[in-house]
Every structure is written in structure tokens, then in C-alpha cells.
Design a protein around this ligand. Structure first.
Ligand code: URA
Length: 243
């Protein structure tokens, strides 16, 4: 994904990539009686810099926080789940295979990259060691809730007309609804907080679903969602011009 603007430039941390051996076995959320080596967590913290965030424990095993990227006032915001291994190392969202799939889908949908800001519901890579590899772990609801703080800031600063929710974690974060179910709303347009929300599959599903037919269907659904997002953004822009 190409870049124009990174939300909170301090995300370009100098920390080295974490390795499985950096992992602690401390709990994801450190309770009051947590062991001395548990990562620091300040749930009520209101940091101004993403790199300082201690609102949940994910910071402790990640290389760096990964903020959003894209034009400052993009009409469309795409929200994924969390940075993956490559994103964690490079400090930018969607730089791996999922990002390539999104670029292809945007092109097929006729949506210009300059109209899209890309971010994630959770800004730190959550993983567990498997041999030498760092395996993705789905963020817990408390981590989605803690990171909503940053998503709100991005929404306020970018002010998109349309949000594309890529997968179930993004949908829960955007709607602030832990019970939100992607399958129930894929292909629909929802309204939330004065914005259109277009839910679709996460690009990793279109890459990794077990059979080819499902992968193709998921990809087609992502293209359709992006096309819909582009149409809504253009329609709202021309209405605003006419007013
Ligand atoms: N998957 C995501 O949800 N976000 C990224 O940035 C990369 C992969």
C-alpha cells in the first residue's frame, strides 16, 4: 500500500522486531496482583502519542505501534483487524499479502488509492510463538475496546464519509458492538455515527479460505464492498457540493 500520511508520526519506533524469545508469559491484561514482570497497563491512560500507549498489554510483545496511513481527509476509511508480522516490523498497515490483495481489489472496484485511508482496529500485533514463527492471535474484546480510543481519533481527524469494515474485529470496533456478527451484514450498508459502514470479509479470508470457490467469492465480495464505498463517497460529495 502506498503512503501519504501516517497517523501519529511517532509510530516510527527504533525498537528491534520482537522475536518469540522476547515473549513473556505474563497475562494479556495485568491485574492488580500481577507478577512483577507483567507488562505495564494503564487502562485509563489518555496518551497523545501512539507509541506511548499502555491502554492494554499488547505493546509489550510488539515491535512498535502501527497507525493508519493515507490522505489526511480521505472520504473512505478501510479498517482491518491488527498489524501482522510484516506490518509490525515495517510500522505500516497492510504491507503484506493482504495489502496486495486490497490494492488489487481497489483497482478492480475503480476506487483511487488517494481516496482511501487504511488503518486497523487494534494497533499492536498480537501473536504467540510457534517454533521460530510469530503466529497471529485474534485480539480480545478488552483490547479492541482499549484501542477504540485511537480509532476515534483517526475518525475525528480524517472525517471519512464511508468506513469499510474488513472482517469481524473491525466491525465490532466500528459499531462499538461486541455482539456484531459479520455474516449477518456482509453486503449491506449500515449507518453508524453519521457515517456509512460497509462490512466485508477480511482480505486474509480471501487469501486463506480452504477452497478456491470460497476464496473467489470472498474476493468478489470485497471488490463489491469497495465499489459500493466509492459510489457512496462520490454521491455524498456531490450532494455536499449541491447544498
Ligand atoms: N491484516 C490486518 O488486519 N491489518 C494489517 O495491517 C495487515 C494484515
Amino acid at each position: 500500500m502506498c503512503s501519504a500520511h501516517i497517523f501519529d508520526a511517532n509510530v516510527m519506533s527504533t525498537r528491534k522486531p520482537a522475536t518469540p524469545s522476547d515473549a513473556t508469559d505474563a497475562p494479556a491484561d495485568a491485574p492488580a496482583d500481577a507478577p512483577a514482570d507483567a507488562p505495564a497497563v494503564e487502562r485509563e491512560q489518555q496518551p497523545t502519542r501512539l507509541g506511548d500507549c499502555r491502554r492494554c498489554a499488547l505493546w509489550s510483545k510488539a515491535t512498535q505501534a502501527v497507525g493508519g496511513i493515507g490522505p489526511k481527509h480521505a472520504p473512505i476509511m478501510m479498517v482491518g483487524e491488527q498489524p501482522g508480522d510484516k506490518e509490525d516490523q515495517q510500522g505500516k498497515p497492510f504491507v503484506g499479502p493482504a495489502g496486495q490483495l486490497l490494492d488489487d481489489a481497489l483497482q478492480e472496484a475503480g476506487v483511487a488509492r488517494r481516496d482511501v485511508y487504511v488503518t486497523n482496529a487494534v494497533k499492536h500485533f498480537k501473536w504467540e510463538p510457534r517454533g521460530k514463527r510469530r503466529m497471529h492471535k485474534t485480539p480480545a474484546q478488552r483490547e479492541i475496546d482499549a484501542c477504540r480510543y485511537w480509532l476515534e481519533r483517526e475518525l475525528a481527524s480524517v472525517g471519512p464519509r464511508v468506513i469499510v469494515a474488513l472482517g469481524a474485529t473491525a466491525l465490532k470496533a466500528i459499531l462499538e458492538d461486541r455482539a456484531a456478527r459479520l455474516q449477518a451484514v456482509v453486503g449491506k450498508v449500515l449507518e453508524h455515527g453519521g457515517r456509512h459502514v460497509v462490512p466485508t470479509y477480511h482480505p486474509s479470508f480471501a487469501l486463506r479460505a480452504p477452497d478456491e470457490a470460497t476464496r473467489q467469492r470472498a474476493y468478489a465480495a470485497i471488490v463489491a464492498a469497495l465499489r459500493k464505498a466509492g459510489t457512496l463517497a462520490q454521491r455524498d460529495a456531490s450532494r455536499e457540493r449541491d447544498e
